[in-house]
Design a protein around this ligand. Structure first.
Ligand SMILES: *Cc1c(COP(=O)(O)O)cnc(C)c1O
Length: 348
């Protein structure tokens, strides 16, 4: 299996000699040692931030490993999940040669990152209920298909994708299967982390941006086999997670009870919002959601979107997206915010 992953990596990346930082070449065994660091051209005067951050984020990975039940060696941290998406494409997809498979509709960054890197995108439609269509996926890929991006719960539809279908695709797909679980904390399923050691081509993305309430610090997590993590570490910018992000993340990861409380409240609010929305004449359909948002089909999405802006309420207009005609995506807010939204909708 090791050789299988290594054969997927772009040849230039496989051959690359990575940058070796000062902290890579000398990493103190213990902070207590009275060491004099004159190796990284840092300013010696203390400002809390005069030193470079830990390039391997060891304390943070240890904490995440305890919370998620994944070894530190199977964790890569990025400047948001977006950095992990970009690095995966750059490491595995040869521009102008390889391709990635992206079911539609989904999160836009996969296509954008592929486009930036001149990697062909093969779009495959989800079913009208936003479920994966295994047959058309299998027909879309070839030997140059290096990544299949699956988002579960899916953005913008909100549903978990069929787990059994994904499990049977995993051993068949010739490249990496990346499952983006940005919203997994809101879902009734545990997701794919328990299956990490069963499939060396399984890559899972999670983030602190949603349930953990830390979108501002930019911390994305990637869980995968040792081989995949080694490749990402090889090509990442040496100090990609800054000191402030590392320390804020460490503090907040102690507050798991708080996060769980938020998730419970948001789910309860989502269900309340759903019940109220179905009663409105302007609402035609609400799609099932395992996330912190609802995709809602309206009678006139563009008009409602524009009118809500006049009330100072901003939704996400998805009505131009495939399979989302007349749909707006509504993030679940606080009780007060949701009430204000409903009042504004009733006034229309
Ligand atoms: C919000 C979101 C993310 C989060 O990205 P970050 O860069 O970690 O903030 C990732 N994937 C999906 C599908 C999202 O909706």
């Amino acid at each position: 299996m090791v050789s299988k992953i290594n054969s997927l990596v772009r040849k230039n990346i496989d051959k690359l000699k990575p940058y070796s930082s000062a902290r890579d070449e000398f990493n103190a065994p213990s902070k207590k040692d009275a060491l004099i660091y004159l190796d990284a051209n840092e300013n010696p005067f203390e400002s809390n931030y005069n030193r470079y951050p830990d390039p391997h984020q060891q304390l943070l990975k240890k904490r995440i490993s305890e919370i998620r039940g994944i070894t530190s060696e199977q964790i890569f941290l990025g400047n948001g999940s977006d950095e992990a998406i970009d690095l995966l494409i750059r490491a595995f997809c040869e521009p102008g040669v390889d391709n990635v498979i992206i079911p539609q509709p989904t999160y836009g960054m996969y296509s954008v990152c592929a486009g930036i890197n001149d990697v062909e995108v093969r779009l495959v439609s989800l079913t009208s209920e936003f479920e994966i269509d295994s047959k058309s996926l299998e027909q879309s890929w070839n030997d140059h298909s290096k990544i299949l991006f699956l988002c579960s719960p899916n953005n913008p539809s909100g549903n978990l994708l069929n787990k059994e279908a994904i499990k049977s695709l995993l051993p068949k797909f010739p490249g990496l299967v990346v499952i983006d679980e940005a919203y997994i904390d809101f879902a009734k399923d545990k997701g794919f982390t328990p299956l990490l050691n069963e499939f060396s081509n399984l890559v899972i993305l999670q983030t602190l941006s949603k349930a953990w309430g830390l979108a501002g610090i930019r911390l994305g997590m990637c869980f995968a086999s040792l081989e995949v993590i080694a490749v990402l570490n090889k090509i990442k910018p040496p100090y990609n997670i800054n000191s402030m992000t590392q320390s804020v993340a460490l503090q907040h990861l102690k507050k798991q009870a708080q996060k769980n409380e938020w998730v419970k409240t948001i789910i309860a609010e989502r269900e309340k919002l759903k019940k109220e929305l179905v009663r409105l004449a302007i609402v035609e359909k609400i799609f099932p959601s395992d996330a912190n948002f609802l995709l809602v089909k309206m009678n006139d999405a563009k008009k409602i979107y524009a009118q809500l802006i006049c009330d100072g309420i901003i939704l996400r207009d998805r009505s131009n997206v495939a399979l989302c005609e007349q749909c707006l995506r509504i993030t679940v807010g606080t009780t007060t915010e949701n009430k204000q939204l409903l009042e504004a909708l009733k006034r229309l």
